[in-house]
Design a protein around this ligand. Structure first.
Ligand SMILES: [Fe+2]
Length: 297
């Protein structure tokens, strides 16, 4: 068992964002409500992040601390994400639902989180999901360079969080903190996730990559946030396939039940999503998980 995980060794002392987080972040005053959604083109944003500009770095840290969600347009090519969906659709069909604790040797695995299984989670959720871990890279011959495609962007967000770009990429469960990728499909009619906050411990942000579009792949439902006036804000209206979003995981968010498209098209209504999360392994005492939000103020 690991009593304490020390993440200071993963922080890059020369990283300007580390210096600014140390200066401005108060972990007892993290945002709970959405302030506003700020859009950038992915490439412009990445250039700005790595430029180390004082003005931009101060601006982005204050924006995130105020409760902004950053929507990065055109982060991935639509054509590539279509391939990803097909690869994982095949995996879902050819896998049995399983569960594995995050201990040494933990395989990648598929889990069909049904209404019934949802009881085992800290908050209600229904989705089909495939969990991937970096140490299994060599066992996944059918996914091409999926890990690298995603890591290219995840590294930028680790850097913005004040860590080394490749923090935890080579970790395994015995090290305490590990990277976990999730490729998920929310089926229409049942896929949803209760309003919740994600744990704030090592990873500041909840990071999403969107592979489906409202009104085309499904009628309605999907990610929403709660703003300072207690209104639900439907983020899906701004989302296109290939976009990525992030913001403090403490901001109240959920996924509304996916409503199917009822025209005569014969495609199944589905909402696909990729989530990136650096979490503690099952060797760490007092694992910290997300929590549902039952009563809004
Ligand atoms: Fe979440």
């Amino acid at each position: 068992m690991i009593e304490n995980v020390d993440i200071d060794i993963d922080k890059d002392p020369s990283n300007i964002y580390k210096i600014l987080w140390d200066k401005f972040e108060r972990t007892d005053e993290l945002p709970k409500y959405l302030n506003k959604v700020v859009e950038y083109n992915y490439d412009d944003f990445e250039n700005k992040i790595y430029s180390g500009s004082d003005e931009f770095s101060n601006k982005i840290i204050k924006s995130l601390l105020s409760g902004d969600i950053i929507l990065l347009k055109n982060s991935f090519e639509k054509k590539y994400l279509e391939e990803v969906k097909q690869i994982f659709r095949n995996k879902f069909e050819n896998s049995n639902s399983a569960f594995h604790k995050m201990v040494e040797g933990c395989p990648n695995f598929y889990r069909n989180i049904t209404q019934d299984l949802s009881k085992n989670y800290s908050f209600y959720q229904v989705k089909k999901t495939y969990y991937l871990f970096p140490w299994n890279k060599k066992n996944e011959s059918d996914i091409g360079d999926f890990y690298e495609q995603i890591y290219k962007k995840w590294r930028m967000l680790k850097y913005l969080s004040g860590f080394y770009k490749d923090a935890w990429e080579f970790n395994t469960p015995k090290d305490g903190i590990i990277d976990r990728f999730q490729v998920a499909m929310y089926p229409s009619g049942s896929g949803e996730q209760e309003l919740h906050q994600d744990p704030y411990l090592f990873q500041k942000f909840f990071i999403s990559i969107y592979l489906s579009k409202k009104n085309i792949d499904y009628k309605s439902g999907g990610i929403y946030l709660i703003d300072k006036d207690n209104n639900r804000v439907d983020l899906e209206n701004k989302i296109d396939v290939g976009d990525m979003s992030f913001g403090f995981g403490t901001i109240y968010h959920g996924v509304d039940r996916i409503v199917p498209i009822t025209d005569n098209s014969n495609h199944e209504s589905e909402r696909w999503w990729i989530g990136l999360y650096s979490t503690v392994s099952d060797y760490v005492k007092n694992r910290h998980t997300g929590r549902p939000v039952k009563n809004l103020k």
